[in-house]
Design a protein around this ligand. Structure first.
Ligand code: FES
Ligand SMILES: [Fe+2]
Length: 438
C-alpha cells in the first residue's frame, strides 16, 4: 500500500500524506519519476510569429530556447553552450538567425548547428563540432506545445487522453485560431507546487476564499441569481488529467457587465461559432472550465478569459508560476478590454483572486510544520456521490492517483461515476484539422 495516498472506497475517504508536501526525498523522486517522464507544457505556437522568433523558458529545471527557425519550423534547444555551459540566450525573447555565446564566442544557427568558433585552428581537422542539445521529444496539440525528456514516452495525443476535448473547447473559441497575448504574469509561492495544482481545480474554496471578489461582482451587477449558476461536473479525464466544468451558456455571469454593443459583439461571435460547430458545442464553450493536465499545466477558462498557467516546482516548499492570457485575435475592443482587465485585476499577482489563493497555500505550507501530529490531508469530498460537481474533489483525486502510481507503483482504479449528460458531452459538428505539428 502507498505511504502517501489512502484511497478507502469503503468509508469512503481519500487522504494524502502531508509528507508529500515537505519531504526533500519525495521532491527528488518527483523530479526524476514525474518530470523526466511526462509531457510538459512549453508554450503556444502563436508566441513565435515570425521566422527567427524565440523565447527562453525553464521546463523541469532545464533552461530551454523555444524558437521558430528560418524555415518556419518550431525548434526547442537546451539553452546551454556545448563548449563549457554558458547560457546562449540570456534574453526572455527576441528574434535572431544566430546565437553567439558571450563566454568564448561559439556561434550557432537557430536550427541548432554550429556556425563558427573563434580560433578554430586550435582544434584538430577531425574535431567534431557539436550542435545544440534538444529535449527527447517535442509535439503540439491545437497550438499547445509540449516537450518530454523521455524518448520512449507515448505520443502526446494518447498522453492527453480525455483532456483533448477540453483543449478543443478552448482552441475552438476563434475561427482564426487562438493566440497568447503579449506579456505574462510571473510570481512565486512559498508552498509545495501540488497545492496550486489542487487549488487551480478547487471549486469548493471560491466563495469563502474569494469573498471580496463576489462582493465586487454583486456591487457591479446589483444581484446575482444563484439558480443561474446551473449544473456543474467534475470529471476524471484519464492519465491524471481532470476538469471541473461549469454550466453551459452561462457566460457573462461572472465579471463586470458588458455594454449593449459589447454584448452584441459577443453574440455575433457565438452565432458564427454555432454555424461552424453547432449549438451544443458552443453552449459548452460558453460555460466555464478549470482543466489540469498532469502534472503541472492548468487552463482556467472562466468566462471572462482563458488563463494558461504553468507551475514549476523549485523546492518542496517553493514554486514559480507563469501565467499567460489566451485570446481570439479577432475580438473587438470592449471584449479585449474586459479580458485584459480580468487577467490583471482577477488573476494577476496583485489581483482580487491570486493573492487570496497564495495566502491560503502559504498558510497550508506553514501548517505542514505540524506534519508529525497531523500527517494527512483530506480530499474525500464527493466520493460518496454518483454525480460530482465543481465543489467536489474528484478532479484532485484523479490527479493524485496518477501521481501515486508514478511515485509508488500502486495503481488505484478510477471512481465509478454516473455517465455524463448531453449538456456536458455534445461534440463539435466540425472536425478541426490538427494544427501544424512540430
Ligand atoms: S561556454 Fe560558450 S563559447 Fe565557451
Ligand atoms: Fe482561488
Amino acid at each position: 500500500m502507498s505511504e502517501y495516498v489512502i484511497d478507502d472506497r469503503e468509508m469512503p475517504r481519500f487522504r494524502v500524506s502531508r509528507r508529500a508536501m515537505v519531504d526533500p526525498e519525495v521532491f527528488a523522486k518527483e523530479r526524476d519519476l514525474v518530470f523526466n517522464h511526462t509531457w510538459l507544457y512549453l508554450g503556444h505556437e502563436s508566441e513565435l510569429r515570425k521566422k527567427g522568433d524565440f523565447k527562453t523558458r525553464t521546463v523541469a529545471g532545464r533552461p530551454l530556447i523555444f524558437a521558430r527557425d528560418t524555415k518556419g519550423a518550431l525548434k526547442v534547444w537546451v539553452n546551454s553552450c556545448p563548449h563549457r555551459g554558458a547560457m546562449l540566450c540570456r534574453e526572455p525573447s527576441g528574434n535572431a538567425r544566430f546565437m553567439t555565446c558571450f563566454y568564448h564566442g561559439w556561434s550557432f544557427g537557430i536550427d541548432g548547428r554550429m556556425v563558427s568558433m573563434p580560433g578554430d585552428e586550435a582544434y584538430g581537422p577531425d574535431f567534431e563540432r557539436p550542435g545544440l542539445a534538444a529535449p527527447a521529444q517535442v509535439d503540439s496539440y491545437r497550438g499547445f506545445v509540449f516537450v518530454t525528456f523521455d524518448p520512449d514516452l507515448e505520443d502526446l495525443r494518447s498522453y492527453l487522453a480525455g483532456a483533448t476535448e477540453y483543449l478543443d473547447l478552448v482552441a475552438d473559441q476563434s475561427l482564426v485560431g487562438m493566440e497568447i497575448l503579449e506579456g505574462s504574469h510571473e510570481y512565486s509561492v512559498k508552498a509545495n507546487w501540488k497545492l496550486l495544482v489542487e487549488n487551480s481545480v478547487d471549486g469548493y474554496h471560491a466563495v469563502s476564499t474569494h469573498q471580496r471578489y463576489f462582493e465586487m461582482v454583486l456591487a457591479a451587477r446589483g444581484s446575482v441569481d444563484p439558480s443561474m449558476l446551473g449544473a456543474s461536473r467534475s470529471i476524471d479525464l484519464g492519465n491524471g488529467h481532470a476538469v471541473i466544468a461549469g454550466a453551459p451558456a452561462t457566460e457573462g455571469l461572472f465579471g463586470r457587465p458588458l455594454s449593449e454593443e459589447g454584448a452584441q459583439e459577443r453574440e455575433q461571435r457565438h452565432a458564427a461559432l454555432r454555424e461552424r460547430h453547432g449549438k451544443g458545442w458552443v453552449d459548452r464553450m460558453q460555460g466555464n472550465r478549470n482543466l489540469v493536465i498532469f502534472p503541472n499545466l492548468v487552463i482556467v477558462d472562466l468566462v471572462m478569459g482563458v488563463v494558461v498557467r504553468k507551475i514549476d516546482p523549485v523546492s518542496p516548499d517553493y514554486m514559480e508560476v507563469t501565467a499567460w492570457e489566451l485570446a481570439p485575435p479577432d475580438e473587438g475592443d470592449e471584449l479585449r478590454k474586459q479580458r485584459l482587465d480580468n487577467f490583471l485585476t482577477f488573476w494577476g499577482p496583485g489581483g482580487l483572486a491570486s493573492p487570496d489563493d497564495v495566502e491560503a497555500l502559504e498558510t497550508c505550507q506553514v501548517g505542514f510544520g505540524g506534519v508529525r501530529e497531523l500527517p494527512w490531508s483530506d480530499i474525500s469530498r464527493g466520493m460518496n456521490k454518483e454525480v460530482t460537481t465543481t465543489s467536489d474533489e474528484l478532479q484532485m483525486r484523479a490527479w493524485w492517483r496518477r501521481w501515486n502510481a508514478i511515485i509508488t507503483g500502486e495503481v488505484l482504479p478510477p471512481e465509478p461515476k454516473a455517465p455524463l449528460e448531453e449538456l456536458f458531452t455534445s461534440p463539435s459538428r466540425a472536425q478541426e484539422p490538427e494544427s501544424s505539428s512540430v
